[in-house]
Design a protein around this ligand. Structure first.
Ligand SMILES: NC(=O)c1ccc[n+]([C@@H]2O[C@H](COP(=O)([O-])OP(=O)(O)OC[C@H]3O[C@@H](n4cnc5c(N)ncnc54)[C@H](OP(=O)(O)O)[C@@H]3O)[C@@H](O)[C@H]2O)c1
Length: 346
């Protein structure tokens, strides 16, 4: 078996794609060649490191061992099965395949064993779900989670590059007393505001798709459909770093002290929890870091089996690019590249 792979990065010019390229290099993923793909708009563009962007077509996608996708749901819907049919294992950042029964939805520290069931496509969870389950997994193992009540405070980079530019433009306009242009990334002005509308409302649904992802993906990753989840996803004028207030009701009693011990020992988690000296996780500190940061660990005075937590992580890094590269590493370490037969998903 080859231990040096031909790797495609699809969406290589985007925020997540750029970071995946950087992490593949920094973490010395055993790639014999990396090929960058993006839309027709970018074909021929030279990226940092000298890669020239290619376009997706039936001949350009042949011969890959691995394909890391971050180019949106419709591109993944069309091209991920084609890469898989041509022999690659796809790790997909979009929501397109996440809830498909044939597609494992994997967080490297939480359910790596699920990778063994792949049929050519592996899904990377939604950013808000990803950081939350890294922190919840040790608590779920110790005491069983019965119910979660979640409020998110999500950064604009979770929407894409255009939303970051819009936040900065609007902020500049407000500070210079100029009129802001009509919002494009969101329904309302995001600068100096908080929008209870992260994601979009499907026809007839009173929850956003982002809230539905938190509910459904959490249950799939923790392999427990009985967990009850209540979620409100809020977009805030932060560039990078999602924050979450999470109320965790367990089946068995769990003290804040024991939860803190479990979180200190958990892989991929850093505990920052000393409110007396104003120490707790902050989005601006989490940006650029690999870990999921947890603080404000305390008993919910309203319920004897509930705790409150504040969970923060870099949404582009652990929330997307880092986990995708960690999954590629696990697929390599577990000899799961070249091992699949394609199924209905792929
Ligand atoms: N941002 C996050 O926090 C986050 C977290 C988890 C998952 N994700 C997912 O990751 C994906 C990308 O997010 P992002 O923030 O990196 O977005 P982004 O900065 O807007 O980048 C989008 C990328 O997709 C490419 N693309 C668009 N249309 C394409 C097409 N028809 N064919 C091929 N490539 C195409 C773009 O290429 P051009 O430059 O040529 O347009 C660009 O490389 C999305 O599916 C998103 O849901 C993002």
């Amino acid at each position: 078996m080859s231990s040096s792979y031909r790797v495609a990065v699809v969406g290589a010019t985007g925020q997540v794609g750029t970071l995946m390229l950087q992490l593949l290099r920094e973490r010395e993923f055993p790639a014999s060649e990396i090929v960058a793909f993006a839309s027709e708009r970018s074909v021929g563009r030279e990226l940092d490191g000298g890669l020239i962007v290619q376009g997706l077509d039936e001949s350009s996608i042949q011969g890959f061992d691995l394909a890391l996708f971050s180019a949106g749901g419709s591109t993944s819907g069309e091209w991920a099965p084609r890469f898989a049919a041509a022999g690659a294992v796809v790790v997909d950042n979009s929501s397109r395949w996440r809830m498909n029964d044939d597609v494992p939805l994997v967080v490297s520290e939480v359910n790596p064993e699920a990778l063994a069931d792949h049929h050519g496509i592996v899904a990377n969870p939604n950013c808000s779900t990803m950081q939350m389950v890294v922190a919840l997994k040790p608590l779920h193992d110790a005491a069983g989670i019965e119910r979660l009540v979640i409020s998110t405070y999500q950064a604009v980079s979770g929407t894409g590059k255009q939303a970051v530019d819009e936040l900065l433009d609007q902020s500049h306009a407000v500070l210079h007393e100029r009129e802001i242009s009509t919002p494009e990334s969101y329904a309302h002005q995001i600068a100096f505001n908080a929008l209870p509308h992260a994601g979009s409302f499907a026809a007839g649904d009173d929850h956003t798709d982002e809230e539905r992802k938190l509910i459904n993906e959490t249950r799939k990753i923790l392999a427990d459909p009985s967990i009850r989840v209540s979620a409100t996803c809020v977009r805030v004028p932060v560039v990078t770093g999602h924050s979450e207030a999470v109320n965790v009701q367990t089946r068995e009693p769990l003290s804040p002290e024991r939860a803190r011990e479990l979180l200190v020992a958990a892989p991929g988690v850093s505990v920052l929890d000393d409110p007396a000296v104003a120490l707790y996780p902050l989005a601006i500190d989490a940006a650029g870091q690999d870990d999921v940061f947890v603080g404000r660990i305390r008993r919910d005075p309203g319920h004897e089996r509930a705790l409150d937590l504040w969970i923060v992580a870099d949404n582009l890094r652990k929330g997307a690019a880092l986990n995708a590269v960690q999954l590629a590493e696990l697929l390599h370490e577990r000899s799961l590249i070249h091992s699949h037969s394609t199924s209905s998903a792929a």
